[in-house]
Ligand binder design. Structure first.
Ligand SMILES: Nc1ncnc2c1ncn2[C@@H]1O[C@H](COP(=O)(O)OP(=O)(O)O)[C@@H](O)[C@H]1O
Ligand SMILES: CC(C)(COP(=O)(O)O)[C@@H](O)C(=O)NCCC(=O)O
Ligand SMILES: [K+]
Length: 256
């Protein structure tokens, strides 16, 4: 019973086709498209895929984008299901004041991270960093309680804000430098160290709260840009949200 997972962020739709809704299921195919290209999925990327029987997704990009995705899903005979963040599920409890308002992508990444923590040895806290359109830095204790997290603009949004709000910052992309000596490098370094600094700060908060070294997991389209500038030990995980979807899928579709 093959299982389609979809993660719609504010920049790209990522999808994966797994052989079953099971955490250990093999990946058959995967892809990513910018939101502008969603309307061609059925005739292009998905046209030659074996038909999935089940689907579970996360969509934080708004109703319109979700509807356009559902139109493409009409290609197959399946009922689209979209995750809403819960007060607790799959070994994670949600400390948000209004649990349903936590982005479903963040919730799924936490569920995926929790499984990785437990698979890696004794339970420990986790810091889950997703570097997409926005950057989220979410803290979870050793018992799987989501304590809270930060939201920052991602690289693209930071540069766009500076460009549109000033007269003198319309320049080509630069490099990360410890002591930038031109505008391009100053912008790129400012953004990178801004995010890296927020990660270090949250790591400190979590260490202080839990008294144990957190596992640091990083994912999202722009995580590779950040990786070289992160001094803390981390794991790059591209599939954290998919891993969360596989866990919830296994609960939702117990017989395949
Ligand atoms: N193929 C790509 N081309 C350009 N930028 C990319 C690409 N992939 C990722 N990015 C960068 O990653 C960010 C979006 O990452 P992504 O994980 O797709 O975000 P979201 O989950 O918000 O849709 C963009 O702001 C961009 O900086
Ligand atoms: C924070 C986000 C915008 C991140 O989106 P992304 O960068 O993946 O496109 C998304 O998770 C969201 O819309 N969250 C709802 C608000 C919240 O989590 O508090
Ligand atoms: K994100």
């Amino acid at each position: 019973m093959s299982f389609l997972v979809i993660d719609i962020g504010n920049t790209r739709l990522k999808w994966g086709l797994y052989e079953a809704p099971r955490p250990e299921a093999a990946l058959i195919a995967q892809g990513a498209v910018f939101l502008e290209a969603i309307d061609r999925l059925a005739e292009e990327d998905w046209a030659r895929l074996p038909a999935p029987q089940r689907m579970l997704g996360s969509a934080v990009a708004g109703q319109g984008v979700r509807r356009r995705t559902e139109e493409q899903l009409d290609l197959w005979d399946l009922t689209p299901r979209w995750v809403v963040s819960q007060p607790q599920d799959a070994g994670v409890s949600n400390g948000y004041e209004h649990p349903a308002r936590l982005g479903s992508d963040r919730w799924l990444a936490l569920i995926g991270a929790r499984a990785r923590v437990l698979a890696s040895g004794p339970a420990r806290p986790a810091l889950v960093v997703m570097v997409g359109t926005a950057v989220t830095i979410d803290a979870m204790d050793a018992e799987g309680r989501f304590l809270g997290g930060l939201i920052l603009p991602g690289f693209g949004l930071m540069l766009k804000a500076l460009e549109s709000g000033t007269a003198g910052l319309k320049v080509p992309t630069g490099e990360v430098r410890e002591f930038p000596t031109n505008t391009s490098d100053a912008l790129m370094s400012g953004g990178t160290y801004g995010i890296a600094g927020a990660i270090e700060r949250m790591h400190r908060h979590l260490l202080r709260r839990c008294g144990a070294e957190p596992m640091l997991l990083m994912g999202g389209g722009a995580a590779v840009k950040l990786a070289p500038e992160t001094d803390l030990p981390f794991e790059l995980v591209d599939t954290l949200i998919f891993e969360g979807l596989l866990r919830l899928g296994a609960q939702e579709f117990p017989d395949g």
